[in-house]
Design a binder for this molecule. Structure first.
Ligand code: SAH
Length: 463
């Protein structure tokens, strides 16, 4: 190990930065975050640094570097664009055993500045020993996506309760188990969604209760899995998928996405039973309640966004009534996923100022839609579940006044490697779609914006 990672308290300590450009500014920012007393030496300052100097948030010495600047400092950062000056600073600092960092020059450094994942008070410092700052940055991006933004809040809460928990659980193993349960359970989740007060009260309750009931509370995560491409999951969705003990998923959720759940997660398919009937909504809700009551962390994974034509609201009503903790995680809805991946902006200054989402379910051979609102000018219409009714839909729209030539797109399995896009107009698309063996899920987009597909199409799997 060439470098020893340490976390240094530099509060109010004099730290020298030589250089006044944007690179120096970045270093100054880091030092200031750690409450250092920052002294900058440079003949001139970039805008960012001069603002800090004007507000006396840094001490500025307007001159070239000289040896005297090193006196009484606890560390020095050389960020000038002159290699010989940087080298001189490094040599002089080394003579004085003063830790020195020379930007982008590991050989001249006696310490390096790591990439930081900051969840104050939690800090993760990443270093590649100067081998590849880019690699460190990529690694950092990965960690950023895995660690909830409010992790620091959680740490603060733990700190607050440390003594109380120690008193209740003098045995270290007990204590560890207690904290592990908290960190992976509903209280941590409350913090992540910003319910600090609720979390505080719940934590207090776990300590005041005679019975140790922390293991008995389950919870439900209603998660939108997006339209198909696993890369379109949210950070939170992925984290909860890795945390859940049981997952209920349906037809629309791609197997590659279900596979991102923890390996030992119980998987329950609720899309369609063997007799080809979907598990009734009431049974799904009941199952969610039962599993949560068993103390399980239950993931209800749904295609797209759970609150857009996903009956997500109905599924959680019972949970709310039974006082079972739950959270809802939005997903990228199919309209938005398909539109983006087909190169069809849903709104556009020249073509559409509004956009409506409807379902194209057939009822007694017709569609129960508010046609007046649909045929408004400069509007994009997005139709979910519209394949079966495509012919009726186009016919009706023409009857109600939309031109036969109005462009329409049919996007099959949008955002996946099997995506196919069919473009036509209201008069021709129903016939055209019959020629192809089109199966759901498909999304229909109607409006002038469809014209843009020709020039903006970018995602062409199989090409
Ligand atoms: N809650 C989901 C919608 C469920 S309704 C969401 O927000 O996306 C199911 C309909 O969504 C399907 O019939 C189809 O019209 C559309 N859909 C879902 N995924 C799709 C995909 N990958 N490609 C095209 N359409 C899709």
């Amino acid at each position: 190990m060439k470098y020893l990672p340490i976390f240094l308290d530099i509060t109010k300590m004099p730290c020298l930065v030589v250089g006044g450009g944007s690179v120096a500014a970045r270093k100054v920012e880091q030092l200031r975050k750690a409450n250092a007393q920052v002294i900058v030496v440079a003949p001139e300052l970039c805008h960012e640094l001069s603002v800090l100097a004007d507000r006396q948030l840094i001490e500025y010495k307007c001159s070239d570097f000289n040896e005297d600047n090193l006196r009484d400092k606890i560390l020095v950062i050389a960020a000038t664009d002159d290699t010989s000056v940087n080298k001189l600073i490094s040599e002089l600092a080394n003579e004085r055993n003063l830790p020195v960092n020379v930007v982008d020059n590991p050989e001249l450094c006696s310490f390096i500045m790591p990439s930081i994942v900051d969840r104050d008070p939690v800090q993760i410092a990443i270093s590649t020993g100067g081998a590849s700052p880019v690699l460190a940055r990529l690694l950092r991006a990965r960690l950023e996506s895995l660690i909830p933004a409010s992790y620091g809040e959680l740490a603060k809460l733990m700190q607050k309760f440390r003594t109380a928990v120690k008193a209740k659980y003098p045995d270290m193993q007990h204590r560890r188990r207690y904290w592990e349960n908290i960190l992976q359970g509903p209280i941590a989740e409350m913090i992540y969604v910003g319910q600090q007060k609720k979390a505080l009260a719940a934590l207090e309750k776990t300590l005041s209760d005679e019975a140790d009931n922390i293991n008995q509370t389950g919870e439900v995560y209603l998660v939108g899995a997006g339209p198909g491409d696993p890369d379109l999951l949210t950070f939170r969705a992925l984290r909860l998928m890795q945390q859940a003990e049981v997952v209920l998923y349906d037809r629309l959720v791609a197997p590659v996405i279900v596979d991102l759940c923890r390996k030992d997660t119980d998987r329950i398919y609720v899309g369609k039973k063997r007799n080809q009937h979907a598990l009734p909504q009431t049974e799904i809700s009941q199952l969610l309640v039962e599993l949560a009551k068993q103390g399980k962390r239950v993931l209800r994974l749904k295609g797209g966004d759970p609150f857009i034509f996903g009956r997500g609201g109905e599924e959680i009503e019972l949970l709310a009534a039974e006082n079972i903790p739950f959270q809802v995680i939005p997903g990228i809805t199919a309209a938005s996923g398909c539109a983006s991946y087909a190169g069809i902006p849903l709104t556009h200054r020249d073509y559409a100022h509004t956009c409506v989402f409807v379902t194209g379910h057939l009822k007694d051979g017709g569609m129960d839609l508010n046609w007046e609102t649909l045929i408004q000018p400069r509007q994009t219409i997005v139709v979910y579940m519209g394949l079966m009714g495509l012919e009726a839909l186009c016919r009706e729209l023409i009857l109600r006044g939309l031109p036969k030539t109005m462009p329409i797109a049919l996007i099959q399995r949008g955002t996946t490697s099997q995506q196919k896009v069919y473009i036509g107009d209201l008069a021709s698309l129903p016939e055209m779609s019959k020629l192809h063996d089109i199966t759901p899920p498909t999304m229909i987009i109607i409006g002038e914006v469809v014209k843009l597909h020709e020039s903006l199409s970018w995602f062409e799997p199989g090409q």
